[in-house]
Write a protein that binds this ligand. Structure first.
Ligand SMILES: [Zn+2]
Length: 301
């Protein structure tokens, strides 16, 4: 959609195929946006990894590919690698910024938030923070450089030196009116912030910025079982507080394994499904001033 000589922005939904809010809002934007509204160019991928979106899965059923781990892609690779290659080499060179709409997917629920990825360029980092504030979610999470960052869309944007604003808009395989409304309004607020749309009438709500720290912020299942949380989404926990239990219902003589918090924080992401396999993220916390580089093997963006 081109309507002027302003910046070019890429809006991506369906990077993971089971993240609902972005899919709904980006599809609506693609249908409704008119060229005379746009002071630049908006490129919308409303269902970026379409096979995954059609299947309602995080990854592509064609090749098992996770698009957000496939960059920079390959020109002669699998379908997911081809897609990543096209985005990185055909679209991103034309773009001044990226908005990458994620949610918690089928297995996780997030407090609706904007996500600041790692950036070594202070100017890009500042522009990402400004865009995150414009998005208007009540929470902004600042992630340290996570394993696999270079293979994500955020990593591809970083290679181009352009800001990438990501979101986690909820999850659990569904949505609700509040989260759907945030997605719709947030996209338009960011496009207005980047100079592509006229500013809307709504003010920008304040956003709290929290850091997602090292491995102590993440709780992963050590093996299969049923996860029973002792906390709710958004709850503040202290060090040593019980976070939940992993039950082994197939072995009634075995007591559940109890998890306690290694550090204080707020539960910003919580597993929705009880059934868990080894390595599944059960929850993670965030707090101010803890963003550090770390080398966890799994994470949930
Ligand atoms: Zn995602």
């Amino acid at each position: 959609m081109k309507g002027g000589d302003g910046p070019t922005v890429l809006v991506v939904a369906g990077n993971h195929g089971d993240e609902v809010e972005g899919l709904i809002a980006a599809g609506e934007l693609a249908r409704e946006l008119q060229p005379d509204e746009v002071g630049g160019q908006v490129i919308i991928l409303p269902a970026a990894n379409r096979p995954a979106v059609e299947a309602g899965l995080r990854t592509s059923p064609l090749d098992g590919g996770n698009l957000n781990r496939a960059f920079p892609g390959k020109p002669d690779g699998t379908p997911t690698e081809l897609l990543a290659h096209a985005i990185e080499h055909l679209l991103l060179p034309r773009c001044d910024a990226v908005l990458d709409l994620h949610s918690g997917g089928s297995s996780l629920l997030y407090e609706p938030c904007a996500i600041l990825g790692a950036s070594e360029d202070p100017d890009v980092a500042a522009r990402q923070l400004a865009a995150a504030r414009a998005f208007g979610a009540p929470l902004i999470l600042r992630f340290a450089r996570l394993p696999g960052f270079e293979r994500s869309l955020g990593g591809a944007a970083a290679r181009r030196g352009i800001p990438n604003l990501a979101t986690e808009l909820g999850g659990g395989g569904g949505t609700n009116p509040e989260r759907a409304a945030l997605a719709r309004a947030g996209i338009r607020r960011v496009l207005a912030h980047w100079g592509l749309l006229e500013p809307g009438g709504e003010g920008e709500p304040g956003s709290e910025v929290l850091d997602v720290g090292g491995p102590e912020a993440f709780l992963h299942a050590p093996g299969p079982g049923l996860f029973e949380p002792a906390v709710t989404l958004g709850q503040r926990v202290g060090e040593g507080e019980v976070l939940g239990w992993l039950h082994a219902p197939f072995d009634v003589d075995r007591p559940p394994r109890t998890f306690v918090a290694n550090a204080a924080g707020r539960v910003v992401c919580l597993r929705r499904a009880a059934r868990s396999e080894a390595g599944d993220c059960l929850l993670h916390t965030a707090r101010q001033g803890t963003a550090v580089d770390f080398q966890a093997e799994t994470f949930s963006l």
